[in-house]
Ligand binder design. Structure first.
Ligand code: AMP
Length: 633
């Protein structure tokens, strides 16, 4: 760790109030806070107590005077061929219209608005409109199917759902509306109104009279709308974002207003080095936390132009992202390791053939970045490539290099050091003592968590404490559920999850969730899903299922057709992102004598490793079946 950064980090922990009140100057406040941090009820941290601000004001209104005519949002869809731009003034007008539309539909402060949307400007406008009126948005990734969506609808109980006829992926229309209708039927949301953007992509698009409203028609009624910003106490919830854990029920990560705005503004300055007037291109989706923080809020709070991209990294060809970098003079780019591994399969000239002189850094996060990929992309780009590590829960980086504070050398394969604000430690799993250099241990953060991190689990304070703060009996720490290690120079490496969560192409999925979806097929009696190493996507889910009627899998054809059916069930319930790469059929699953599934042994065998300690195994032939299934291919 460099000396300057070390001192900066130390101060952020030793003088929390001083440090964060300085950072808080980066945003506008309607009313100053009375107290920087209220930590009277650990582990709940309340930042900038009594202060009043608004995310939409900071992301849009406050830039009107200095940069009203500057592009705020550049929309590029290589799926539909549409490119459009909204200046800050135009974005402001659209957000006002949308806020008025929401108010006309009866959405009040504190009520939830659920967004199930493709990557279109209306999605960003709707998020900002919620923020403007103090409604709480909950964006659900468009790749999730009806069952996952229904669970989230039930938990958030939205007053309004905003969606569209369809999205597009790799040239194919992905219909959203039928999935939404099915989810609403499954869920307890009979009274929610549905606002729909009709992109004209789905010829079979139908609306439900009395419930569904057309975005364009309603917008026309509010063209001149002016909706004042709702000044919100800093700790008011701004949004809910669901994330997977060990149970089948996703957790609603709840974020605040003031702490989040300050954390994002500070991260743009110290970590991402993005300045007003420059352009940021984050290749994620608004359905993920990276999209919330670094497509929408942070670049706009910083007065930058943000690029909203609908499409894949390789269509029309693998040069598309670098063409965008060249044409829009992108200075800060943020992507994921899987995308880079995909690009690595193509000729380097797709990258080197474009002018990249505007680019300052490429940031990569979401999953482990392997050394060869890190080295390759840094070499081809000729720019610093910064691996950084964080989670939906934290909202901004936990481990990173902070070139805005000090340019520290990059080590390939490492996300560098703890970000300022995080008192991050590596603890031994057995006794919660601090691990030494090069020792694998659990990554934790000593609370209070810094501004921007989750305030609680939506509607469930007890779950917030029991999930995140109960790993060790004698030490109150936030558990990341990741293994990590620190070398003698202080550089960290992340070594995978400590729980049953897997990471597919940077997307977090709970094996329980996938198992529940597999069990949605009537023929399946029992199933185990494990994550298996994959050269491209990091990990892929693999399923081992026991069927109720063995006759169904007596022949190779029977097995193949049931496997297809099970995959289709997962697609329909959870979404294709959770689809197992294979479904193997076995007559029993390996369990301990007390009935606990030996997941780690299954995973080890599937990856061709030693299955470990098997002394508690009930029936050794169960493991032989797993071995046989994996070998069978
Ligand atoms: P999510 O909340 O979906 O963004 O997933 C967060 C999880 O992704 C973390 O707990 C890690 O397991 C993994 N992750 C994110 N960034 C990195 C990184 N740079 N290196 C290794 N793992 C990462």
């Amino acid at each position: 760790m460099g000396q300057i950064y070390d001192a900066f980090h130390r101060r952020s922990i030793d003088d929390r109030d001083g440090f964060w009140s300085e950072q808080a100057q980066l945003i506008d406040w309607h009313r100053p806070w009375d107290q920087v941090l209220d930590y009277s009820r650990p582990p709940f941290a309340r930042w900038f107590v009594g202060g009043e601000t608004n995310l939409c004001h900071n992301a849009v209104d406050r830039h009107l005077a200095a940069r009203g005519e500057q592009a705020a949002l550049v929309y590029i869809s290589t799926e539909t061929g549409i490119e459009s731009t909204l200046t800050y003034r135009e974005l402001h007008a659209e957000v006002n219209r949308c806020a008025a539309m929401m108010l006309s539909l009866g959405v009040a402060r504190g009520e939830r608005v659920l967004l199930y949307m493709p990557m279109i400007p209306e999605a960003v406008v709707a998020m900002l409109a919620c923020a403007r009126i103090g409604a709480i948005h909950s964006v659900v990734f468009g790749g999730f199917a009806s069952h996952s969506l229904a669970t989230r609808i039930d938990d958030a109980a939205p007053k309004l759902i905003i969606s569209a006829d369809a999205g597009m992926r790799a040239g194919k229309v992905v219909r959203y509306k039928p999935l939404l209708d099915e989810a609403i039927a499954l869920a307890n949301a009979k009274s929610a109104r549905v606002l729909l953007v009709n992109r004209g992509l789905d010829p079979e698009f139908i609306t439900v009279p009395g419930r569904d409203i057309d975005w364009q028609t309603l917008r026309q009624q509010h063209l001149d709308a002016h909706v004042p910003v709702a000044w919100l106490e800093s700790n008011t919830p701004s949004y809910i974002l669901y994330t997977s854990g060990t149970t089948g029920k996703p957790k609603g990560v709840q974020r605040d207003v003031g702490g989040y705005a300050v954390a994002l503004a500070a991260s743009m300055k110290h970590i991402f080095c993005g300045h007003a007037g420059e352009t940021m291109f984050t290749t994620s989706d608004i359905g993920w936390v990276v999209g919330h923080s670094y497509i929408v809020y942070a670049p706009l709070i910083a007065g930058m132009t943000t690029v909203l991209y609908e499409g894949t990294p390789i269509r029309p060809d693998p040069g598309i992202w670098w063409d965008i970098v060249e044409r829009h003079r992108v200075t800060v780019m943020f992507s994921a390791p899987t995308a880079i591994r995909v690009l690595r399969k193509s000729d380097e000239s797709f990258i080197t053939g474009h002018d990249r002189s505007s680019l300052r850094h490429l940031f990569l996060a979401g999953e482990p970045l392997d050394q060869p990929t890190h080295r390759w992309i840094a070499g081809v780009l000729g720019k610093p490539v910064i691996d950084h590590y964080w989670q939906t829960e934290t909202g901004w980086p936990m481990l990173t290099s902070a070139p805005g504070v000090e340019q520290t050398p990059i080590k390939f394969g490492s996300p560098s050091f703890p970000a300022y604000g995080y008192d991050l430690r590596l603890l031994r799993e057995t006794d919660a003592t601090d691990a030494g250099p090069d020792e694998k241990a659990v990554v934790v953060v000593v609370p209070p968590l810094p501004p921007g991190c989750l305030s609680t689990v939506w509607g469930d304070d007890a779950r917030f404490v029991s999930t995140y703060f109960s790993t060790f009996r004698d030490r109150l720490v936030y558990a990341s559920f990741d293994w990590g290690m620190r070398d003698t120079d202080g550089y960290y490496t992340i070594l995978g999850r400590t729980d049953d969560v897997i990471n597919v192409a940077g997307h977090r999925l709970g094996t329980r969730e996938i198992e529940e979806a597999v069990q949605g097929h009537a023929a399946v009696a029992e199933v185990a899903v494990v994550g298996v190493a994959d050269a491209l996507k990091g990990q892929m889910p693999l399923a081992f299922a026991v069927v109720k009627d063995p006759a169904r899998i007596a022949t190779a054809e029977g097995r193949a057709s049931l496997e297809k059916e099970v995959m289709a069930t997962v697609d329909a319930q959870l979404g294709a992102i959770g689809r197992p790469s294979r479904v193997h059929f076995v007559s029993m699953l390996p369990k301990t004598r007390s009935g606990k599934l030996l997941r780690r042994s299954i995973q080890a065998l599937a990856e061709g490793r030693d299955p470990g300690d098997l002394t508690t195994l009930e029936d050794p032939t169960a493991l032989d079946q797993i071995r046989g299934a994996v070998d069978e291919k």
